[in-house]
Design a binder for this molecule. Structure first.
Ligand SMILES: Cc1ncc(C[n+]2csc(CCOP(=O)(O)OP(=O)(O)O)c2C)c(N)n1
Ligand SMILES: [Mg+2]
Length: 554
């Protein structure tokens, strides 16, 4: 078989049914084999779209997403998408063409050192130098991408290697000496953690994206109910514990709920599961959770005690470890008083916004929640739209909230929605977008229409790069330096692509527009003209302790 044939055969054996990409000179042999293959190929309009779509597909399904681009500019266009997947620990395989082996290093046409460029943003990467290695490399790449703490793996394949022939040998198993993730918690550590939990008075579970990656949501719910501890989630953890549950404190951190932030600061025991104590969560580190001991459960040993010093580290898979803890804990702590205190915080400082005559973004999201009964997949762009989507939609199922957490990539949500819809065709998929962000990958409207990918985009159109404007308003004396932004006529734009467009300028029309968008069997862009200077609250100013929140409504 040729290298190109081997690659396609390996992808099939890895269970790949859809891939996203864009052709070019150095992937011609690969595309010639894709032409004959059963794998559904989605031709995007920009390689960044391919990477985010593969990422969205992975987040929605749990399976690695695959994207492909040519050498040079094709590969560099993937870079933001790869970095995005890396920061959020998303399994992804990026395949790039490379110039012929004997031209590497010659500044050949469309040559870029792609393994060099992507080294810090991939979990691992390969430059294939011999066609005999290709099958093993592909097998390893999928293994590395999807095990342990997942992440993107890149395979750079020179075009002469794609044409070379060799015998195809499928490696039955993978054995990498230097890579052996730990899956079960050390029994001694489990015992210590169980003791701390039983003795605590004010425990809180702080759940991150690891809950979703490991499929630990059932165990998490069981544990929370067993020990009667409240649960707060990071942006990446939303959906890992039902937002409607009485023990849910929703999201914590910079734009988290006041009650989640108070609870974490007052708690005497933080049970962190698959979360990394990111600065958006901890606020000022030396003021963070002064009374708390910390149990930190994570599959990545390097994330433990990286930002905060922990009392009991447990390395392993969240689902397994929560199962081990459930067995080990014989005495539940008495948290009745603690839950009463939290209840009073919830009553005193609920999430809230002021009604007005102009459409409020929070209202739009509440209405999307009602219309989809909380069962849609929501992707987001970045900015205020993202925070409102996190606050005002109640996620009850894992893999229903898809957002760029670590990198904060504007332009992520729309192509990610495309990938999510291909992975979960029976789900309604909404991208909650900002008018700035949507313009960063708007070209994928053509991909959606052409491939009949029926996603809905709700643009919260405030005429601003709203989140940046909010900071300028609060911390730069309202000097709105280059944050007022124009856009096209979104309705006409959607129509010109063959999609449907709906403009909504009145509050009374919000609900029916959402219903109409869902009923249209096509890609739909809804342009909601919202209050231009609405802010996201609560807000913890950067560098402050996370219980010093600006409430906004007071
Ligand atoms: C690619 C990229 N460039 C710049 C930023 C910085 N940034 C963060 S939020 C934001 C504004 C986003 O505007 P919009 O999409 O309209 O969302 P809004 O905040 O108005 O809801 C900007 C510029 C970013 N996150 N990503
Ligand atoms: Mg905006």
């Amino acid at each position: 078989m040729t290298g190109a044939q081997i690659l396609i055969e390996c992808l099939k054996r890895e269970g790949v049914t859809v891939m996203f990409g864009y052709p070019g000179g150095q992937v011609l042999p690969l595309f010639d084999k894709i032409y004959d293959s059963d794998i559904r190929f989605i031709l995007v309009r920009h390689e960044q779209g391919a990477a985010h779509a593969a990422d969205g597909y992975a987040r929605a399904t749990g399976k690695p997403g695959v994207c492909i681009a040519t050498s040079g500019p094709g590969a560099t266009n993937l870079v933001t998408g790869i970095a995005n997947a890396y920061m959020d620990s998303i399994p992804m395989i990026a395949i790039t063409g490379q110039v012929k082996t004997f031209l590497i290093g010659n500044d050949a046409f469309q040559e870029a050192d792609v393994t060099g460029i992507t080294r810090p943003i991939t979990k691992h990467n390969y430059l294939v130098k011999d066609v005999k290695d290709l099958a093993r490399i592909v097998r390893e790449a999928f293994f590395i991408a999807s095990t342990g703490r997942p992440g993107p793996v890149l395979i750079d394949i020179p075009s002469d290697i794609q044409l070379q022939e060799t015998e195809f040998i499928w490696p039955e198993s993978v054995d990498i000496r230097s890579y052996k993730p730990t899956y079960f918690g050390h029994p001694g550590q489990i015992k210590k953690a169980a003791k701390l939990i039983s003795a605590s008075k004010k425990p809180i579970i702080y759940a991150g994206g690891g809950i979703i990656t490991s499929g630990a949501h059932r165990e998490l719910k069981e544990l929370a109910e067993k020990i009667q501890a409240p649960v707060t989630m990071t942006l990446m953890g939303l959906g890992g514990f039902p937002g409607t549950h009485e023990l849910s404190l929703r999201m914590l951190g910079m734009h988290g709920t006041a009650y989640a932030n108070h609870a974490i600061m007052e708690s005497d025991l933080i049970i962190a599961v698959g979360a990394r104590f990111d600065d958006r969560v901890t606020g000022r580190l030396d003021a963070f959770a002064p009374y708390a001991k910390i149990i930190h459960i994570d599959i990545d040993p390097s994330s433990i005690s990286k930002n905060v010093k922990v009392t009991v580290p447990i390395v392993g898979d969240a689902k397994n470890i929560l199962g081990q803890l459930l067995e080990e804990i014989s005495k539940a702590p008495n948290t009745a008083d603690w839950l009463k205190t939290i209840e009073s915080w919830k009553k005193k400082n609920p999430l809230a916004y002021k009604e007005g005559s102009i459409i409020k973004p929070q209202y739009v999201i509440e209405q999307i929640y009602e219309a989809t009964k909380g069962e849609a997949i929501i992707t987001t762009e970045v900015g205020q739209n993202q925070m409102w989507a996190a606050q005002w939609y109640k996620y009850t199922l894992p893999r229903t909230f898809i957002s760029s957490g670590g990198l904060g990539t504007m332009g992520f949500g729309f192509p990610a929605a495309m990938g999510a819809k291909l992975g979960c065709p029976d789900k309604t998929v909404f991208d909650i977008a900002g008018d700035g962000s949507i313009q960063m990958n708007i070209q994928e409207l053509a991909t959606c229409v052409c491939n009949k990918i029926n996603v809905k985009v709700a643009i919260l159109n405030n005429g601003y790069l709203g989140m940046v404007r909010q900071w300028q308003e609060l911390f730069y004396k309202k000097r709105y330096s280059h944050t007022c932004i124009t856009g096209p006529d979104f309705v006409k734009l959607a129509e010109s692509y063959g999609a449907a467009g709906i403009r909504v300028t009145k509050k009374e029309e919000v609900r029916s527009a959402i219903g109409k968008a869902i009923s249209i069997n096509n890609t739909v862009l809804i342009d909601f003209h919202i209050e231009p200077e609405e802010n996201v609250y609560p807000m913890v100013p950067a560098g402050e302790a996370i219980n010093s929140m600006i409430e906004g409504l007071a």
